[in-house]
Design a binder for this molecule. Structure first.
Ligand code: CA
Length: 510
């Protein structure tokens, strides 16, 4: 156990003993421990919903149909400034470890074991650090972050832990590739890959001779092969069947493959969006959102019908911003407006997510908070919701619980710095795409680009579109945030790209 962890655990143990000594009668029994349902949608943008997350209702809010998200918003709390990382694996690893990406070093998306991505090895000017390409691991192995995963702690504390859909926690053939090695009792259709080969049961979700060497075919749904069923619907069927079998309390991690590419229409919803005048790609994308929302509704209905809703906390989140640089209809970098850019970018469009939480008896219905949070905060928050005060984890935890916000406590997050770190190459280009480190504190956001060591400074409150770079106008703020960012990167021993010509690592900001 490292020193940080001892510092972290000691007061909690003391408080725990104190509470235990003071509380009469005995603490709540297992039957009132809440069930937890965490909906994690893949690549869903902040505006990909009929729930308005901005101060204005946008064209996107009018386009998309997500009545079940509206239901969660009416019955729960809307978070208007909830953040993830710009791509899949870093978010997922932060969620189940409580660590910031700069610390866990799974800074890019994982697939092949033990190697950098070709575009990272082929870069003409920069050499890239060997980040934790193997993802997260419950045991110490090379090129992976060794951590005690959230589902393992929940499982050790009596939860039935159910994984459904996209996992994408570890590279192929590493322990983290299988959710059951990370503390999930059940795994439905999750593995190393972060996208499906096909959304169609008629195409066996990609399990055909044509793709026999591909990593993308979805495993474990053989009974639906050949059927006219959409992947999201098959996952929902399997989830409800599993809930019928499960004991309480349960942790359902409902991790949709949707709305990640390949963009493939659910034909039963398509005509409506074509009639709106959308091109076939955007109409197809809209059906993926509607199908996901319909699944959320089926699960909420199940909770109602089985008298589980009152004792179930429901969280809804996405893992990065909406795809916008490639593979979408219309003009690139516009699909998350008023936010700039999208997936892969450090602009708000790449990292700000639609987040909702319903907790009957605790969260005020139809409430809203503008306080910000980041994905690693889910780790301590879920443990607090579960009432787990003492646990052993091998990692140092960066996340902070947002449960006080759920309880309506008037607290301000404005002094807390949030960090993003991506010393990597994503692929497509666009605003805010590249190797970068970022800090947000209060209304201010500083971006430091690794390749040219330039800065961008935005006031997010007055300029949500990040249109005005104030780095020259406010040098004092730029320097203040650069120092905060540099100190953090130093503290967590963050990796940086190396200039091939000089052999030197890119200097820290400031
Ligand atoms: Ca994603």
């Amino acid at each position: 156990m490292n020193k940080d962890l001892i510092r972290y655990s000691f007061p909690i143990i003391i408080i725990g003993l104190f509470l235990h000594a003071c509380s009469q009668p005995e603490p709540e029994t297992k039957s009132t421990t809440p069930n937890i349902v965490l909906f994690l949608v893949d690549d869903m943008g902040w505006q990909d919903t009929s729930v308005p997350f901005w101060t204005e209702t946008t064209e996107f809010n009018k386009r998309y149909r997500t009545p079940n998200m509206e239901r969660l918003a009416a019955e729960g709390m809307k978070f208007t400034q909830a953040y993830a990382t710009p791509v899949c694996s870093p978010t997922r690893v932060s969620l189940i470890t409580g660590m910031n990406a700069a610390r866990h070093r799974v800074t890019n998306w994982t697939l092949q074991p033990n190697e950098l991505k070709p575009r990272e090895t082929d870069h003409p000017e920069f050499e890239f650090p060997l980040w934790n390409v193997n993802g997260v691991s419950p045991e110490a192995i090379p090129n992976a972050v060794h951590a005690t995963p959230l589902p393992m702690i929940l499982s050790q504390n009596g939860y039935r832990t159910i994984h459904v859909g996209k996992a994408h926690f570890g590279a192929i053939n590493t322990p983290g590739a299988d959710p059951q090695n990370l503390g999930f009792d059940v795994n439905i259709a999750g593995h190393a890959a972060g996208a499906p080969q096909s959304y169609y049961g008629t195409k066996n979700f990609g399990n055909t001779a044509e793709f026999s060497d591909s990593p993308w075919p979805v495993p474990g749904l053989e009974k639906y092969h050949g059927q006219d069923i959409y992947l999201t619907e098959a996952l929902t069927n399997e989830t409800l069947a599993e809930l019928d079998r499960t004991q309480q309390p349960f942790f359902l991690y409902m991790s949709y493959y949707a709305v990640h590419g390949p963009i493939m229409a659910n034909k039963k919803y398509l005509q409506h969006y074509l009639d709106l005048g959308l091109d076939s790609i955007e109409a197809s994308y809209a059906t993926m959102i509607e199908t996901m929302d319909h699944s959320v509704g089926r699960i909420l209905d199940y909770l109602d019908e089985n008298n589980l809703s009152e004792n179930t906390v429901v969280l809804f989140m996405s893992d990065n911003g909406g795809l916008s640089a490639i593979a979408r209809g219309g003009e690139p970098h516009t699909h998350n407006k008023p936010l700039a850019s999208g997936k892969g970018s450090c602009r708000e469009g790449g990292i700000r997510e639609p987040m909702l939480v319903r907790w009957p008896g605790v969260v005020q219905p139809e409430s809203e908070t503008d306080e910000y949070l980041i994905i690693e905060d889910f780790f301590p928050s879920v443990l607090e919701v579960a009432g787990i005060q003492q646990f052993d984890a091998v990692q140092t935890i960066d996340g902070q619980s947002f449960v006080p916000l759920l309880k309506g406590d008037q607290i301000s997050t404005a002094s807390r710095p949030l960090f993003w770190h991506f010393p990597n190459v994503w692929g497509p280009s666009g605003p805010g795409v590249g190797a970068f480190s970022v800090v947000r504190q209060g209304d201010w956001k500083l971006v430091y680009y690794h390749f040219d060591q330039q800065y961008e400074l935005f006031n997010i409150r007055t300029d949500i579109a990040e249109a005005s770079n104030l780095a020259m106008e406010h040098p004092e703020k730029r320097m203040e945030l650069a120092a905060i960012l540099a100190n953090y990167l130093k503290e967590v021993d963050a990796q940086m790209p190396i200039n091939r010509e000089t052999g030197e690592a890119v200097p820290l900001p400031g």
